[in-house]
Write a protein of this length. Structure first.
Length: 131
């Protein structure tokens, strides 16, 4: 293991987060995103406590199956979830990586904690939902 480079993902998270308007507009979210690397055919599942997360696609493509059975592909700059959250994203039955990719994950419980501590963030997110 001595000659292998160290894989340092966290240093790239802030730069990757800048490619998403939602994360740019709410800098507090940038502190709670986690890198999530994928390989072809990998089911994408939340890593966190309650099993609910929003995933932001930095690179690669993700095949999504909606609750109604329709499928679509999410690519760089898009985000998705397995569950609905404040109208920001629709629920998907499944998500599978179509190729090697880099995602950012924000767990719902971290997002809820931020919203609870910042009423202004909640108002702005609700405004986006209405738009």
């Amino acid at each position: 293991f001595g000659d292998r480079p160290i894989l340092e993902l966290q240093s790239h998270v802030a730069a990757d987060a800048q490619s998403f308007p939602l994360l740019q507009d709410f800098p507090a979210l940038q502190g709670v995103v986690r890198p999530y690397l994928t390989f072809p055919g990998q089911p994408i599942t939340p890593n966190r406590r309650n099993g609910k997360s929003i995933f932001f696609v930095v690179s690669g493509q993700v095949e999504l199956e909606a609750e109604d059975g329709n499928t679509r592909v999410a690519g760089p700059g898009q985000f998705f979830s397995h569950h609905k959250f404040m109208g920001l994203c629709a629920a998907n039955r499944s998500a599978t990586s179509a190729d090697y990719g880099n995602l950012l994950e924000v767990s719902f419980w971290r997002l809820r904690a931020l919203i609870k501590s910042d009423p202004e963030m909640r108002k702005q997110l609700e405004y986006r939902k209405a738009a």
